[in-house]
Write a protein that binds this ligand. Structure first.
Ligand SMILES: [Zn+2]
Length: 218
């Protein structure tokens, strides 16, 4: 029988809002290697500073529209008139420092791509190119920052990135799956996904078996 989505156990932070739950179920913690999407999430995490993630998530489409779908090459060229346009846009967080940071970050992002070949290769080195999978029993055990997020923050700052403190970096690392912080009982924890996969593989085998038996009896 198909599991009812609302009956699944999931990290409690996403409860009570469909958009939040959808983000938790289909995006948070899944490894991202696409430069454009990594840049989008880095800017959104920075925009979130001092606000709730849901506030930013609800504005995501407005952000994409306002920021040229997060194509850094275009954002890097934004001048005074584009910044004025952005600061008048009620669809985004209208904070001058955050808007200016997005432009500076686009320029720094392009420099990293040039140096490392891709932003993804550069970022993933902070976790040795493989996701760090944690085994937290509950939300209270999840840290706000780690040695890896501090190292990433320090390096990004040295390269001219803004709004990239260790806490923002850690939230970013969770979002793009560099760390997996789904709690152990959450259906999205890798151990539960693996168990689920094994079960569905077994079901497929059962179905095949039944079919071949049916053929034999005919
Ligand atoms: Zn979860």
């Amino acid at each position: 029988m198909k599991k009812n989505l609302t009956e699944l156990k999931r990290c409690e932070w996403c409860r009570g809002n469909e958009l939040y739950q959808d983000y938790h179920d289909h995006e948070w913690g899944i490894p991202v290697r696409d430069d454009r999407l990594l840049f989008e999430l880095l800017i959104l995490e920075g925009a979130q500073a001092g606000l709730s993630w849901l506030t930013v998530l609800q504005r995501r489409e407005s952000y994409r529209a306002a920021f040229d779908n997060f194509h850094a090459a275009q954002i890097a060229r934004y001048g005074a008139s584009e910044k004025t346009r952005l600061l008048a846009n009620p669809g985004i967080i209208r904070n001058r420092l955050k808007v200016e940071a997005a432009v500076l970050n686009a320029q720094a992002f392009l420099a990293v791509q040039k140096e490392f070949g891709s932003f993804s290769d550069y970022l993933w080195q902070f976790v040795n190119h493989a996701p760090l999978v944690n085994r937290w029993a509950n939300l209270r055990q999840v840290p706000a920052e780690t040695p890896e997020s501090k190292a990433m923050s320090r390096d990004l700052k040295n390269r001219g990135f803004r709004f990239v403190g260790p806490t923002i970096c850690y939230a970013f690392m969770q979002a793009v799956g560099m760390v997996n912080d789904h709690i152990l009982e959450c259906f999205r924890h890798p151990e539960n996904l693996a168990a689920d996969n094994a079960k569905s593989q077994a079901r497929k085998r059962d179905t095949r078996f039944t079919r071949s038996q049916l053929r034999k009896t005919r």
